[in-house]
Design a binder for this molecule. Structure first.
Ligand code: ZN
Length: 180
């Protein structure tokens, strides 16, 4: 029970972090909508790993309206199929993980989107919850997203576990996040 409680506390912290990034009023203070940038948050608790991605849609597909042309529709399908597999987002050795939950929000790009005059920009998000083995032995995560999306220039990564938290900027050349 203690472990469950601790994880849910961590998950709440992570939610609060992401919620503040989504809040328009705090957007200018905490979180800039910068094309080419992705925000990645990782929470580690015992053998559970929570991964959250938040980014301007432009960082992934190069546009922020609902997909209309054949090319745009194909880009969105590709985005969806890549983000559906957490192995396209991160790799984690020597630990092995199973996906236990996933939420993908790319609604802003879907043909069903109802366009608003005031919404010039749009964001997408993805969250993955994983149950891992030997997570304590893992000290880093390699971000493989860069390999799938040349449009991503920088990833602002932050992480937290029971003891510590930290943040670092990742690039194509420096694509590994260390937390110990
Ligand atoms: Zn934008």
């Amino acid at each position: 029970m203690m472990m469950l409680f601790a994880f849910s506390t961590l998950a709440c912290l992570l939610m609060a972090h992401v919620a503040s990034a989504n809040d328009e009023h705090s957007a200018h203070e905490h979180h800039a909508h910068v094309h080419g940038l992705v925000q990645l948050t990782i929470a580690i608790e015992n053998d559970s790993l929570l991964i959250n991605l938040l980014a301007p849609a432009n960082s992934f597909v190069g546009f922020e309206h609902k997909a209309e042309t054949k090319q745009e529709i194909a880009s969105v399908k590709r985005l969806q199929s890549i983000l559906n597999e957490v192995s396209n987002v991160i790799t984690l050795a020597p630990s092995s993980c199973n996906l236990s939950d996933k939420t993908l929000d790319i609604d802003a790009l879907l043909p069903t989107r109802i366009e608003s005059k005031h919404q010039a920009h749009a964001e997408i998000s993805a969250e993955y919850q994983l149950d891992c083995q030997q997570l304590a032995e893992a000290t880093s995560i390699r971000i493989v997203l860069f390999e799938h999306f040349p449009t991503i220039e920088k990833i602002e990564a932050s992480w937290l576990n029971n003891n510590k938290q930290g943040a670092t900027n990742l690039t194509r050349k420096k694509n590994t996040l260390f937390w110990q």
